[in-house]
Each structure stands twice: as C-alpha cells, then as structure tokens.
Design a protein around this ligand. Sequence first.
Ligand SMILES: Nc1ncnc2c1ncn2[C@@H]1O[C@H](COP(=O)(O)OP(=O)(O)O)[C@@H](O)[C@H]1O
Ligand SMILES: [Mg+2]
Length: 316
Amino acid sequence: MGADLPAEAPSKLPYSFPMKIPARLLPLAEDGLIDEVLRPLKSGKEADVFVVRCGAELRCAKVFKEANVRGFRQAVQYQEGRSVRNSRRARAMNKRTRYGQKEQEKAWLNAEVDALYRLAEAGVRVPQPLGFTDGVLLMELIVDSDGSVAPRLDGMSLSPDQARAYHARIIAEIVRMLAAGLIHGDLSEFNVLVDQAGPVIIDLPQAVNAAANNSAAMLLVRDVDRMRRYFGRFAPELLTTEYGKEMWARYAAGTLEADTVLSGSYQPAQHDVNLGELMGIIDAARKEEEQRLARMRADQSDQPDEPDPSYESGEY
Ligand SMILES: Nc1ncnc2c1ncn2[C@@H]1O[C@H](COP(=O)(O)OP(=O)(O)O)[C@@H](O)[C@H]1O
Ligand SMILES: [Mg+2]
C-alpha cells in the first residue's frame, strides 16, 4: 500500500529531493528493499522515522536505536508477559548475560512489529507492516487526501461533532485491540494520525499482553483516559465517560468481543470483590495523575504547550 508518488513531483517539494541514505538504512538499500530516502519525519530518543521510496510506492521506515542509546523505559513493566518462545532465550533473558541483554533487546525491538502484524490482522486501523530487517520496520505511510504525510491528532482543532466521532472510533479500535489481547500502553494524541478515513494508531513498541501483565488494567485505563482528556477539550461531555473501566470489566468477565459496543458507563458489580478493588486502585492512580498534571500546568502556565512528559515516562 503506501501512497503513489505525486505525478507532478516538482510542485510537491517535500518528496522531490532524495537525501543521502543514512547508515542504518544502507543495508536495506543494498538489498533493494528501499530505493531512496526522501526525508526524515522525526528523530526521537528511541527511533528515527523516514519517508522512503520503494519502487513506485512511498513508505515509512522506522529505525530503532540500540537499547543502550535508547534507554529502556519501564522495560520490566512492559516486558512482563511478553512471550519468549524458545526457553534458552527465556533463561538467557532472565540472567543478566550479554546474550540475555541482546535477546531482551531483540524481544523489545520485535514487540512493535509483532503488535503491528497482530493488530493489522485483527482489523485494527494501524499502518500495514511491510517487514522488519536490521532493526528497521518498513510500513505503510499514512497520508492525507493530497498525498502529504498525515497529521497527528495533537495538532488538530476539532468541532465537537468531529471530536465525538473520532473518540467513538478510537474507543472501538481500543476494544478491537483488547479483544485481540493487546493494550497499546502509550496511547495519546501524539501517537494517533488522522487520514481521510479517520484515526490511525501508531507507535507500539511497548504494547502489552493484556492477559499476562499485572499492570494491564492500569495501562488500558490510562490509554483510554488520555483519549478522553484530549477529545474532552472539544466535547466536554466526554469527560464523564468511563469506557476504560467498562472495557476492562467486560474483558475480565470474558464478554468483550471485537465488535462490542460500549455504553460509556461503568456499574461496579457487587459480587466481584477483586474487580471492585482494582477499580478503586485505578481511581487512586487517576487522582494522583490529575494532581501531577495540575502541578505541571501551574509550573508551566506561562510556557507554550509541550507534549506531556508523562507520555514518555510510562508510570501508573
Ligand atoms: N506509518 C506512518 N505514516 C506516517 N507518519 C508516520 C508513520 N509512523 C510514524 N510517523 C510519524 O513519525 C512520528 C514518530 O513515529 P512514532 O512511531 O510515534 O515514534 P516515536 O514517537 O517513538 O519517535 C510520528 O509522530 C508521525 O508523525
Ligand atoms: Mg510517538
């Protein structure tokens, strides 16, 4: 998939001047997997992202940095429950050997690729993964109607109706993900692109296995809360919805399916003491998070809006 090259290339400046191929992309160029690197999209702590041309198609290349350069954010919390099929690998990962470190690194790097394939398969709107070689993920480039790279949600100004519609779409996508056994773990307006057909979820290196991770409920509710807070700016009635808790309760009860439509309210089940307790813990964590955000806003009230650092920190 990916976009066709614009026919009248000279007027579409962002794509018309290939750049020198970065060292990490050279092996892919040599193998004929990519023909040109057109421009960088983002250089981050954990990955560099580029627009590349593969034959007649534009694609997105995500180059993961080495683990020691990236720094593992909350790696233990995220790694928990991630399956390591080969037991020699599993034992090595538990030991702090160099081999173990390398294996852990591989599992981490592969987590985004695994998640993308699973989610694309499950019908979640994510970029179509197109391969993973030498630490580089090739995937569909998400573009908007005129062929330029799709904008992120965080830069957009939405009407209340648009916000309600996008929120509903994202909730449906999170349900579909959870029904497939996965939680994004770092979902925010910075990791959602918007194309002609609506929101597309990206950036999944920390996706967690819902069934096997002790923090799963917390991470799910945090993901849903961030979407609620973002869309609630444009449609304030969304701020009182409880899709996260409702979703987790349905998942825990075994009644969540890919197409389940939720109501947005959560009724604590009297008989389920464990679930009630968990929801109490989630409320306490939420309150702390709100207080922390309020303190941050107070500290930075005279500065322009910056991405919330908690999006990077993975706490809860
Ligand atoms: N498939 C894609 N299509 C278009 N743009 C993308 C795609 N994947 C990533 N991007 C752009 O690159 C940026 C960084 O990618 P992301 O996966 O979020 O990595 P990170 O936030 O870890 O640096 C995104 O915010 C988005 O603007
Ligand atoms: Mg990101």
